[in-house]
Design a protein around this ligand. Structure first.
Ligand SMILES: *Cc1c(COP(=O)(O)O)cnc(C)c1O
Length: 385
């Protein structure tokens, strides 16, 4: 049986060009970048080159890039780092109800430590309103964190507009760009952000490595103390091979971005259109401000989890809600924030396309899904069809 991977929002395979770039830094160039001899210098140089590349792709400066272990650490460092460094200035933080748990749980943890938190609602498409951000800002607001695009429903937020409002007010602005890095242009100047986090494994790089952009002048209290790496903002011997892989993956994505987005948008729209032919089906998210690879629908009267198991039997890998919430019976906090009922939210299916996705994959999914939905509905006591 052939296998169809349609869960690119969860993770992506390392592409061969990225692996090739990384391999020398496991061996022979395995040195510690802090060492003075040639192995160390080679590692140090690789880090410099990678940092320059990442900075350039974000329109940032090299010393504004902090390498991390991924998106979760980036969000934690941005949020806790700013909160702790500026707590004497104010203790109010703003975020949205549809953030990834890496942001949401960090902010809620800070709340338990005595910070005040405003969690903004979203509209039925999952959009955060800039006007609501403006209304929520207070004299003691130190940080606003709003994600660039949502990992479940693909909604792309008006980050530049929100950023301008936050800057005008004098607070700092972080965006979780894990889902947009390698997909949309990420120019930190045009986006009006002070902090931006991204992760390699969502863009055909390795797991366990990412980057945080931190604008010059923004102080961060480190999460990890120890050596002087990353200008004392993140101690620990650098993941040289991973960082080289991250930079190469971002660079390749940037080169191919335009053509790949065009290709994926067509496939996405065909899939969305086909799935909507199934009765009692609702598309989640925005049709206009949407990631080119995201499809998210709810099939009334069925459980997303049973859907996933049935798809897996056909070799199709998909997701229901986010990877972090699947396994629990709670429906997605994102869909609930968008106003869906628990019942409807339970029947959600997310299919996220990627480099490997072909027309034939879409055809196969459109052939199998209606059959599975029909079969599951026949078994459901709620379905009268
Ligand atoms: C995957 C993801 C993260 C977490 O990134 P990791 O590198 O897996 O820690 C954070 N935010 C969003 C939107 C994501 O999709």
């Amino acid at each position: 049986m052939s296998r169809i991977y349609m869960d690119h929002a969860a993770t992506t395979p390392v592409r061969s060009e990225v692996l090739d770039a990384m391999l020398p830094y496991f061996n022979p160039e395995f040195g510690n970048a802090s060492s003075v001899y040639s192995w160390g210098r080679s590692a140090h140089q690789a880090l410099d080159v990678a940092r320059d590349k990442v900075a350039q792709l974000l329109a940032a400066e090299a010393n504004e890039i902090i390498f991390t272990s991924g998106g979760s650490e980036g969000a934690n460092l941005a949020i806790k780092g700013v909160a702790w460094a500026y707590q004497n200035k104010g203790k109010h933080l703003i975020t949205s109800a549809i953030e990834h748990h890496a942001v949401l749980d960090t902010v809620l943890w800070l709340k338990k430590q005595g910070f005040e938190v405003t969690v903004l609602p979203v509209d039925e498409e999952g959009m955060v309103s800039p006007a609501q951000v403006a209304d929520a800002l207070r004299p003691d607001t130190i940080l606003v964190s709003i994600m660039h695009a949502n990992n479940e429903v693909g909604t792309i937020q008006p980050i530049a507009e929100i950023g301008a409002i936050v800057r005008e007010h004098g607070a700092f602005f972080h965006t979780d760009a894990v889902q947009t890095a390698g997909v949309l242009e990420l120019n930190v100047q045009e986006l009006n952000v002070d902090l931006l986090s991204l992760s390699a494994h969502k863009l055909y790089g390795p797991k366990g490595v990412g980057a945080l952009y931190c604008r010059k002048g923004v102080r961060l209290e480190p999460l990890i103390h120890g050596g002087a790496q990353e200008r004392r903002r993140r101690a620990g011997t650098e993941n040289v091979a991973g960082i080289v892989g991250l930079a190469r993956a971002l660079e390749l994505a940037r080169e191919e971005q335009e053509a790949e987005n065009e290709r994926l948008t067509k496939l996405r729209d065909r899939l969305l259109e086909g799935l909507q032919q199934i009765p009692y089906t609702k598309v989640n998210g925005s049709l206009t401000h949407r990631l080119p690879n995201n499809v998210n629908v709810c099939f009334q009267y069925i459980e997303g989890e049973s859907m996933l198991l049935n798809l897996d039997l056909k070799g199709i890998a998909a997701s229901s809600g986010s990877a972090c919430t699947s396994g629990s019976l709670d429906p997605s906090h994102v869909l609930l924030a968008m106003g869906l009922t628990h019942e409807i939210a339970h029947g959600s299916l997310r299919l996220t396309l990627g480099r490997s996705t072909t027309e034939a994959d879409i055809d196969f999914v459109l052939q199998e899904v209606p059959v599975i939905v029909e079969r599951l509905r026949q078994m459901s006591p709620l379905f009268q069809g």
